[in-house]
Design a protein around this ligand. Structure first.
Ligand code: AMP
Length: 381
């Protein structure tokens, strides 16, 4: 039976889910998104839109009245409200899972209780807790806001005893945790899917390069040994087994200098580091997410072509309309998100560099380097 799907959030992730839904038209009748920006990216791709805040109770209820299944492309939705609409529509991933993931401390507790490797951490309620924690973990250590922090904005790196008070005051009474610093050699991630029937699949490990805490490049597959990628996929599978609910999850990890794999953070949604799957893989992460929440068999996660994804980000010191970006190169796929206004570091699009049979990841990196300038955001004239 064909379903109506409601999505909390209609940004680029909602847009690419909406586009993927077109290939599953036998199962999906319509997509409705809840988003505060009129004509949001998902609406431009054909979704119906309720204009409203992601946390607006009334709007979430309206969305659930109209939808058979609710999912989300952002993790800041109100999990209690989502729980309350479960009687009207299925919500996936489950609001219980969302509640755990939204709080970095609860997330790490959950993972460590389930024997999934994470960096050492403790909850911080007072400056005394912080000083004790620093004595135990040493320097540097990271003080993190437990909630509502993404792209590194909720982290304070403490380099010495003298920084402790400043770091504590910076968060102004927010719930906090302290984490031991991991001297990693690489940041990696696994896109994992679990459908409503419990079937689990993981995409091959990818390598992520960040700039100012924002993802800049993803290299698929990650340049690591088979042992490391197998281990990371196994950790991702074990994580999916213990997390309730269905959907695609982005599982971010560190590969430490001594080749340990530790989970840094889980996103209960399709993930920026999975955008390469649009061209590299037999099934895109967006289609996979739909298959997972619809209870269909999961698609093949085979990586057919090595691919590099490069994010197109708003220039640091500019806000306003920007020049159109165009590229016509074989095996280079540009995807802009239809956002009219650029803001510093705003994700405006991405580009996938797909390898031919004769090209290696190193060739792709050289190609990206030679074309990077074309993807810089410039003010419209
Ligand atoms: P987060 O917002 O917590 O995911 O952190 C943003 C970035 O900070 C990560 O992508 C890492 O580069 C860095 N980071 C976070 N936690 C740690 C850690 N325990 N050790 C070293 N770097 C970290």
């Amino acid at each position: 039976m064909s379903k109506i799907l409601g999505i909390i959030g209609g940004g680029q992730l909602g847009m690419m889910i909406t586009e993927a839904a077109k290939t599953l038209s036998d199962y999906i009748e319509k997509i409705i998104v809840l988003d505060p920006t009129e004509n949001c990216p998902a609406a431009q791709a054909g979704a119906e839109q309720i204009v409203g805040d992601f946390k607006d109770k009334k709007a979430i209820h309206e969305l659930s009245e109209k939808s058979d299944i609710i999912t989300y492309e952002i993790e800041s939705g109100d999990s209690d409200v989502l729980k309350s609409v479960e009687i009207k529509s299925e919500v996936n991933p489950s609001p219980e899972t969302l509640k755990i993931i939204q709080d970095k401390f609860l997330q790490k507790m959950f993972l460590s209780e389930n024997k999934i490797p994470v960096a050492e951490f403790i909850q911080i309620k007072s400056i005394t807790d912080l000083r004790n924690g620093l004595n135990e973990f040493g320097y540097p250590s990271l003080l993190k806001a437990r909630r509502d922090a993404y792209d590194g904005r909720g982290n304070f790196k403490i380099n010495s005893y003298d920084d402790a008070q400043k770091a504590f005051d910076y968060f102004n009474g927010k719930g906090l945790m302290l984490e031991k610093f991991v001297p990693f050699k690489m940041e990696v991630s696994v896109i994992a899917a679990r459908n409503t029937l419990g079937q689990i699949k993981t995409y091959p490990l990818v390598e992520n390069i960040h700039e100012n805490n924002i993802l800049r490049e993803t290299i698929a597959p990650a340049r690591v040994s088979k042992e490391i990628s197998d281990k990371a996929e196994e950790i991702a599978k074990n994580t999916m087994k213990v997390l309730k609910g269905a959907g695609v999850f982005g599982i971010e990890m560190f590969v430490s200098k001594d080749d340990q794999i530790l989970i840094n953070e889980i996103a209960p949604r399709v993930h920026n580091s999975g955008h390469h799957t649009l061209q590299s893989s037999e099934t895109s992460q967006f289609e996979q997410h739909l298959r997972a929440i619809l209870g269909l068999d999961l698609g093949s996660v085979k990586l057919v072509h090595p691919t590099i994804m490069y994010n197109i980000l708003g220039a640091k010191d500019f806000e306003g309309k920007y020049e159109t970006i165009e590229i016509s190169e074989s095996n280079v796929y540009l995807k802009m998100y239809g956002k009219k206004i650029s803001k510093p570091q705003r994700k405006l699009g991405h580009v996938n560099f797909v390898a031919t049979e004769r090209e290696s990841v190193e060739d792709l990196l050289r190609k990206l380097d030679s074309l990077k300038d074309k993807f810089q955001i410039r003010p419209a004239t």
